[in-house]
Design a protein. Structure first.
Lengths: 311, 297
């Protein structure tokens, strides 16, 4: 910023117009430059480099000489299409998203509507408590929940014992492991949705409700025709954000199941990690990552089109 | 879970109209709502309580079936082992240092560029904005591989730089600060310019004091993201002296300590408790900053 040229008055006559015209640009760039450099190096460049990497057979030996990695064309992508494990992980991730996103949003909306109840006391207390899981580390809560799910000494089966049910091996059963992770996902994230929905609900003009009641609308009609349409921007925001987050689910299976049993909880992000940083197939891992990014981009665009507020 | 929503929706509009007159009557009609919310409260708080209670139980009590509710014998041995057997003070220090640096860098750099994008005119401004928006939704798992190659090339693997630099700025922070600074009245800035103040002085004396709430929100959000971040530190910090708290806990939880629940619960407390304390102190700023950024986004 020190490089900003001095004001025009101090300059010799002929130079004045040019430096006067340049000055605002230099000032602007002086403020933007540190960010732009960091951003190009650590965000923009990696996005491009990821695609380039996905066209190579980049392995651990290439880390010293990155430009010496053998070019492989679209080999990684054709390998991807025929990789049974990739499709398995894609199905698992889709399961997590398709069940987890609506569940998280529905619970968040239900809680927000409950908290928005005008007569409710202790609103602040509930809001804070429900938000607590959102701020805590996923690794920590995954460790805690693995303990809760423990078939022999875990709290969940202990509680089931009290009512005479012998609980299953939650994380050890291929059919129950993924639903168990989804429950944790909902628990960790619904508070965020509730806070966003609550803010949106509080922004709705009470006069609208009064008008609807005067016109004799039923409560369900009011919710369906007034509340829900006005929540659309919040719904769009949360759907896109939660979908992007859930498509990258990693910590929960990493800590709780290591992708098992029988790969039933192996997610795409975990496959990327395994391929890239266990086997150091960095080229192939980049191809998987790029495929994931494409899916995220396409889904975000589709959700924007479907849920965009009607204007 | 849809029925409470519908039920509550059915009640809500009516009560909006008729709150003031009868508060006691209101409770009689809403007891079921409290019941539901308290059940939800137990569901949310339960796991944290179980973590805390279990961290004070000896291993013999933890693996006993059926397990005890309250510890029969209260013990600090799990916490003691975090210090003596493992190097948790070191991991704590690493986490604090990294999160602190990331917060500071984000506040400085994102405020500067946020100001430029909101209030200054310069060639290429739209390009910078486009770049920010385009990367707003890029998933972290796409950038980790090239970043690892980059860090290996420059011998930065297992260094603090490797975890700080990639998160020193982020598209979200820029977006947030730009939104925030657009609300500053132009008249204030013009008045300062007429008085002959240089841009840097205006930034420091006018813009920064008016932007504290935005910076606080950005600080809170980046601190949380950095404190809790896992994938990238797990990849680039392979030497256990460089571990952050989540990397240490995650690695031990699937490694040699995977059945040592007392130790794991004590480790989870070390990771979660500072955040919960900070959150409870600043909860208003937390939820309000989230709500406002969410609605703008």
């Amino acid at each position: 910023m020190a490089a900003t040229p001095v004001p025009t008055g101090a300059q010799p006559r002929q130079a004045a117009p040019l430096s006067a015209r340049l000055a605002p640009h230099l000032t602007g760039w002086a403020f933007a430059l540190p960010f732009v450099l960091l951003f190009l190096a650590f965000w923009a460049l990696p996005i491009v480099a990821s695609f380039v990497l996905s066209l190579t057979d980049f392995g651990i030996t290439n880390l010293r000489e990155p430009f010496g990695a053998p070019y492989a064309g679209l080999d990684n992508y054709s390998k991807l299409i025929h990789d049974e494990l990739f499709w398995k992980s894609a199905r698992n991730t889709a399961y997590f998203v398709v069940v987890g996103v609506p569940a998280t949003i529905a619970v968040g909306l239900a809680v927000a509507v409950g908290l928005n109840h005008a007569a409710l006391r202790l609103k602040g207390l509930f809001r804070v408590a429900y938000y607590l899981p959102v701020v805590t580390s996923i690794v920590a809560v995954a460790v805690i929940w693995r303990f809760l799910y423990n078939p022999d000494v875990g709290l969940i089966n202990r509680l089931l014992d009290l009512v005479g049910i012998s609980g299953p091996n939650w994380l050890g059963d291929p059919h129950l492991a993924m639903p168990s992770l989804i429950v944790l996902g909902v628990w960790r994230n619904f508070g965020f949705d509730a806070v966003i929905f609550l803010a949106a609900l509080q922004a709705i003009d009470p006069a609208l409700y009064e008008a609807a009641r005067t016109d004799g609308a039923t409560a369900w009609q009011v919710f369906r025709r007034i509340t829900l349409p006005l929540l659309r921007p919040a719904l769009l925001f949360l759907t896109v954000l939660t979908t992007i987050g859930y498509l990258q689910v990693f910590e929960e299976p990493f800590v709780m199941t290591k992708g098992g049993p029988l790969n039933s909880t192996l997610t795409v992000s975990q496959l990327i990690y395994n391929q890239g940083f266990k086997f150091f197939n960095l080229g192939y891992a980049s191809a998987i990552a790029y495929a994931l990014m494409l899916v995220i981009a396409v889904l975000a665009v589709v959700q924007f089109r479907l849920l965009r507020p009607e204007t | 879970m849809t029925s409470p929503a519908i039920e509550a929706a059915r009640q809500a509009p009516g009560v909006v109209v008729a709150t003031e007159p009868r508060r006691r009557g209101a409770f009689a009609r809403t007891w079921w709502l409290y019941a539901l919310l308290v059940v939800g409260l137990l569901f949310v708080i339960g796991p944290f309580l179980w973590m805390l209670l279990s961290s004070f139980k000896p291993q013999s009590e933890l693996v006993r079936a059926p397990p005890t509710w309250l510890p029969e014998t209260w013990t600090l041995t799990n916490y003691d082992r975090l210090f003596t057997k493992l190097d948790f003070p070191r991991y704590f220090f690493n986490s604090v240092l990294i999160a602190g640096s990331v917060v500071l860098a984000n506040i400085v750099f994102c405020s500067m560029v946020g100001y430029a994008l909101a209030k200054l005119r310069f060639a290429g401004k739209n390009l910078v904005m486009l770049l920010v928006l385009a990367t707003l939704m890029v998933p972290g798992s796409v950038t980790v591989i090239p970043l690892f190659v980059l860090m290996s090339k420059f011998d930065l693997v297992n260094s603090y730089w490797a975890v700080i630099l990639p998160f020193a700025v982020g598209p979200f922070g820029v977006f947030l600060m730009r939104q925030f600074m657009q609300a500053i009245p132009n008249d204030l800035l013009e008045a300062a310019r007429v008085d002959g103040a240089r841009e840097l002085r205006i930034f420091w004396k006018v813009v920064v004091p008016l932007s504290w709430p935005g910076m606080a929100a950005l600080g809170i959000i980046t601190f949380l993201a950095s404190w809790n971040s896992f994938l990238w530190p797990l990849i680039v910090l392979t030497d256990d002296r460089m571990y952050t708290l989540p990397v240490a806990l995650g690695t031990f939880a699937i490694g040699q300590y995977q059945a040592d629940y007392g130790l794991l619960m004590a480790g989870a407390v070390a990771l979660v408790l500072p955040i919960i304390v900070v959150f409870l102190l600043l909860q208003r700023q937390f939820t309000e900053s989230v709500a406002s950024t969410g609605l703008k986004g």
